[in-house]
Design a protein around this ligand. Structure first.
Ligand code: ADP
Ligand code: ZN
Length: 515
C-alpha cells in the first residue's frame, strides 16, 4: 500500500531536515513508492536528487544510481552521507570497491552510484542478481538520446539491463529535455508515457531582453548602469572574457574574470569574491556558474549566442534565485549563427538533425516579435499564455516589417555576384554605390545594381541577420555570404520573411567595437 502523507513528510524532515516538498518532488516520490517508472524533467536546482534518495531511504534494498561523471557522483555521495544516507560509489577512483560490493550484497546500502559503462558490463549484471534492488535512478537521462545535447552511447545499454529486473521501477531525471528528447528518453529507457512529470520552468522574476549586438561594450555598460547589484556576463572565449572584463572595469564597478585558462587558485579566489560581493560583475565563460550558490545575482548577460535554449535557460537561471526582480540580457550577432551553422557541418551525421533543430529553436527565440518567455516555456513542453508582461517584446512591442521583396533582392544579389562577397559589398551593389571594387568586378552591370531604395536599404542589415539566423544565408570560410537551405523557397516566393525592428530608444551609431 502507498505510504501515508505523514510517513513521507516525517521521512523528509528526518532525513533532509526539510519541512515541505518543492514543486513536483512529492508527485515523483509517490509514483516511485507505488513502483511506477517515471521520467522527471526538473530544472537545475529544483531538487532532483531527493526524488530518488527519499524512496531509497524508505524502501528495503538499494537504489542503483546511474550517473555519467565521477565528480558528480562524488558530490552527491558526500551530500547523501552528510544526511546519514548509506551510500557508496563504484568507480575506478574508489579504492573501497570490494567493501562496497559486500555492503551492497548484504543490503546495507541505500544508494549505489555507478557509471553507465560499468553498469552495462556482465559482471555488474551478475552482481545485481545477487543483491536486493529497489530502484534504478538514471541521472542526466538526456544522455540516452541522440536528440539530446550530450549523447552517451553507453546509456543505450541500460535498457536491456533494466529489462532483466522488471519488478524494479526506473526513475529517469533530467533538467534539459525538449519534447523530442523526452519522447526519446521514455522509449529508450522503457518508461510509459504516463510516467512523464514535468516541473514548472517559469522564472517569473527574470525579465528577458534579447537584442542584436551592436556595440557590446556600450550595451553592457548601460546594463551595468541600470543594475547596481551583482551580475554575470558570459562571453564565448577566454580572450573575449579578458577584453570585456578590461573594458567594463572602466565603468568603476568591481569586475573580475573567470575562465578555464586562469590558475585554479585565481579562479577559486575570484569565485569566492563574487559570492561575497554585493555589486561585483563577473565576466566569464560558461565554465563559471555550475555549483555556485548565490541567490542575489541581479543580472545575467550573454555577450554572444548561447549554445542552445536549454543552455540559455540554465545560464540565465542563475539570476534571481531569491525571487527578486532580475534581468537576463542576450546580445547576439549574425556571425554567431554563421559560426554555429558552420560547426554543424563538423558534427557526426547522426547528431546533425538534433543540432540543427537546436539552432533553429534559438533562431526563433531571438527573431520573434512575440513573448520570449512563451517561446522558452513552450520549448520545455508547457502551455504558457501569449504574453508575460515581463520580457522586452511584451513591454514594448517591436515593429514587424514584411521584408520578403527585399529578401529576394538581397538573395539574388548574393547569387549573381557569385556567393563570395560580404554584406558590405552586397549593400553597395544593391544601393548602386559608385564604388571602385563594384565597378572593377563589373557588378554595376548586373540587374540587381541599384534596385534597393533608401528606406529599404535600412532593412538590409537586420534582414541579413534574420536570414542568417534561420539558415537561409550562410557564411563562407572567407567571410562572404552564400545561399543556404530555405533561400530557394524565399526566392520562389513561397516563404515570407518578416523582420523585427527593435523599438528605437535612441539613435544608434553604426557599431565599431565589434566583439
Ligand atoms: P538538482 O539536482 O535538481 O539541480 P538538487 O537535488 O541538487 O537539485 O537540489 C538543489 C538544492 O535544493 C539543494 O541544496 C537541496 O538541498 C535543496 N532542496 C531540495 N529539495 C528541497 C526541499 N523540499 N526543501 C528545501 N530545499 C530543498
Ligand atoms: Zn513576454
Amino acid at each position: 500500500a502507498p505510504p501515508a502523507d505523514s510517513v513521507l513528510h516525517e521521512a523528509l524532515h528526518a532525513t533532509f531536515g526539510f519541512n515541505a516538498f518543492r514543486g513536483v518532488q512529492e508527485q515523483v516520490v509517490r509514483r516511485i513508492m507505488a513502483d511506477r517508472s517515471t521520467l522527471a524533467v526538473m530544472p537545475t536546482g529544483a531538487g532532483k536528487s531527493l526524488t530518488y534518495q527519499l524512496p531509497a531511504v524508505l524502501r528495503e534494498g538499494t537504489c542503483v544510481v546511474i550517473s555519467p561523471l565521477i565528480a558528480l557522483m562524488h558530490d552527491q555521495l558526500r551530500s547523501a552521507e552528510a544526511n546519514g544516507i548509506r551510500a557508496a560509489a563504484l568507480t575506478s577512483a574508489d579504492l573501497d570497491r570490494e567493501q562496497t560490493i559486500e555492503r551492497f550484497r548484504a543490503g546495507a546500502l541505500d544508494l549505489l552510484y555507478v557509471a553507465p559503462e560499468r553498469a552495462s558490463q556482465p559482471h555488474f549484471r551478475e552482481l545485481l542478481r545477487r543483491a536486493p534492488l529497489t530502484l534504478f535512478a538514471i541521472d542526466e537521462a538526456h544522455c540516452v538520446s541522440e536528440w539530446g545535447h550530450d549523447f552517451r552511447p553507453d546509456y543505450r545499454l541500460l535498457r536491456p539491463l533494466f529489462d532483466e529486473f522488471p519488478a524494479v521501477p526506473r526513475l529517469a531525471l533530467t533538467a534539459t529535455a525538449d519534447a523530442h528528447t523526452r519522447a526519446d528518453i521514455l522509449a529508450q529507457l522503457g518508461i510509459p508515457e504516463e510516467g512523464l512529470i514535468v516541473a514548472g520552468f517559469d522564472r517569473p522574476n527574470i525579465r528577458y531582453r534579447i537584442q542584436p549586438r551592436d556595440q557590446p561594450v556600450r550595451q553592457l555598460t548601460r546594463l551595468l548602469g541600470e543594475n547596481p547589484g551583482p551580475g554575470i556576463v558570459y562571453a564565448q572565449t577566454r580572450s573575449q572574457v579578458e577584453r570585456l572584463a578590461e573594458a567594463l572595469a572602466g565603468t568603476g564597478r568591481p569586475v573580475l574574470a573567470y575562465h578555464a585558462g586562469l590558475p585554479p587558485e585565481v579562479r577559486a579566489a575570484n569565485q569566492a569574491a563574487f559570492v561575497a560581493s554585493e555589486d561585483m560583475v563577473m565576466v566569464a565563460t560558461i565554465a563559471f556558474g555550475m555549483g555556485i550558490d548565490k541567490p542575489d545575482v541581479r543580472f545575467v548577460a550573454h555577450a554572444g549566442l548561447p549554445k542552445s535554449i536549454e543552455a540559455y535557460y540554465q545560464e540565465t537561471g542563475r539570476a534571481g534565485r531569491d525571487g527578486d526582480p532580475s534581468v537576463a540580457v542576450m546580445l547576439w550577432g549574425a556571425d554567431d549563427f554563421a559560426r554555429a551553422r558552420q560547426r554543424l557541418g563538423e558534427v557526426e551525421p547522426q547528431r546533425q538533425a538534433g543540432e540543427r533543430q537546436r539552432l533553429d529553436a534559438l533562431a526563433s527565440l531571438v527573431e520573434t516579435a512575440g513573448c520570449r518567455r512563451a517561446i522558452l516555456l513552450r520549448h520545455f513542453g508547457e502551455d504558457p499564455p501569449q504574453g508575460c508582461g515581463n520580457c522586452d517584446n511584451c513591454l514594448e512591442a517591436p515593429g514587424v516589417v514584411d521584408a520578403t521583396e527585399t529578401a529576394r533582392k538581397l538573395l539574388s544579389a548574393i547569387y549573381r555576384t557569385g556567393q563570395s562577397y560580404g554584406l558590405g559589398h552586397i549593400e553597395k551593389v544593391l544601393t548602386g554605390a559608385n564604388d571602385a571594387r563594384v565597378l572593377e568586378r563589373g557588378h554595376d552591370q548586373l540587374s540587381v545594381f541599384g534596385i534597393v531604395t533608401g528606406e529599404e536599404a535600412q532593412l538590409l542589415r537586420p534582414l541579413a541577420r534574420a536570414l542568417q539566423a534561420r539558415g537561409a544565408l550562410l557564411a563562407t570560410e572567407h567571410g562572404g555570404l552564400m545561399l543556404g537551405g530555405d533561400a530557394r523557397a524565399i526566392l520562389r516566393g513561397d516563404d515570407a520573411v518578416l523582420v523585427v525592428v527593435p523599438p528605437r530608444r535612441e539613435k544608434t551609431r553604426r557599431g565599431r567595437d565589434a566583439s
